[in-house]
Write a protein that binds this ligand. Structure first.
Ligand code: APR
Length: 238
């Protein structure tokens, strides 16, 4: 295997599935139970804020009861011990990567535990419901919304992510269906810049054919095994 120094890991709902958090597109997943247009767009929030706030209040409560699993723990171990560059880009809005100990992390689709004030643009760590329209701790206005990137909105920190992908030697995609852009396009970008690409997922994703290698199985099996491999070979590469 060629030398590997810089790694980008993209994660999706599949990595949190074994922690009991619903995925979006599996049978019985969130988007089978709810229409995206009703709960995950700025238009839905303008039309029926009660429905949207209740939906996210429930999800926020659920993630706080969940625990990180062996896959989150393995990525945190990689973060702690990998001496080259590493960036974990998650599409997930739960906090399980950071609770497992990961630090080199970007939440490109926002976070359940953050509230965004539409009056003053301030952001606040938030664990409680938003349905009752609490005041913003910065400006006092009752204008808080979930700090979640909805369909039709721009994901966060795209410049940093693009830069890391253009410089990585290995791009690894874990537990994502490859249905939502721009994340679904990262494998192409990584290949364009010459990176090796690896997919770890339960089923083939929509982008599977783009990867050099695909390993199918549960995240709690595949991710610890892959991290062990990386850390074992690190001494040869760095
Ligand atoms: N281990 C590994 N992979 C799993 C597991 C598991 N235990 N369980 C499910 N998966 C895989 C599924 O096979 C599927 O390919 O995880 C993937 C989850 O896909 P989605 O539900 O589409 O979730 P994701 O790709 O993260 O969605 C992307 O869409 O609506 C949005 O904004 C939301 O960030 C989300 C984005």
């Amino acid at each position: 295997m060629a030398d590997i120094r810089n790694i980008v890991v993209l994660t999706g709902a599949g990595i949190s599935a074994e922690s009991g958090i619903d995925t979006f597109r599996s049978a019985g997943g969130l988007w089978e139970q709810h229409r995206v247009e009703d709960v995950a767009t700025p238009q839905a929030f303008a039309r029926d804020p009660d429905l949207v706030l209740r939906f996210y209040d429930m999800r926020r409560e659920n993630i706080q009861k969940a625990q990180p699993n062996a896959a989150h723990a393995a990525l945190a171990r990689l973060d702690q011990h990998w001496q080259g560059n590493l960036l974990i880009v998650t599409q997930n809005v739960d906090d399980l990567h950071e609770r497992a100990g990961a630090q080199r992390l970007i939440h490109m689709h926002g976070e359940h535990l953050s509230a965004w004030c539409l009056a003053c643009d301030g952001r606040t760590r938030w664990h409680a419901p938003l349905f009752d329209r609490p005041g913003c701790p910065h400006c006092g206005e009752a204008a808080l919304r979930p700090d979640i990137v909805w369909f039709g909105e721009m994901p966060y920190r795209m410049d940093e992510i693009d830069r890391a992908i253009s410089q990585c030697d290995l791009f690894v995609s874990i537990g994502t269906s490859g249905a939502v852009y721009p994340a679904a396009g990262y494998v192409r970008t990584a290949r364009h810049y010459g990176a090796r690409t690896l997919e770890l997922n339960l089923d083939p994703s929509q982008g599977s054919i783009m990867f050099h290698e695909c390993r199918m199985g549960r995240a709690t099996d595949l991710v610890p095994a892959w991290v062990d491999e990386m850390l074992t070979h690190q001494a040869d590469w760095l």
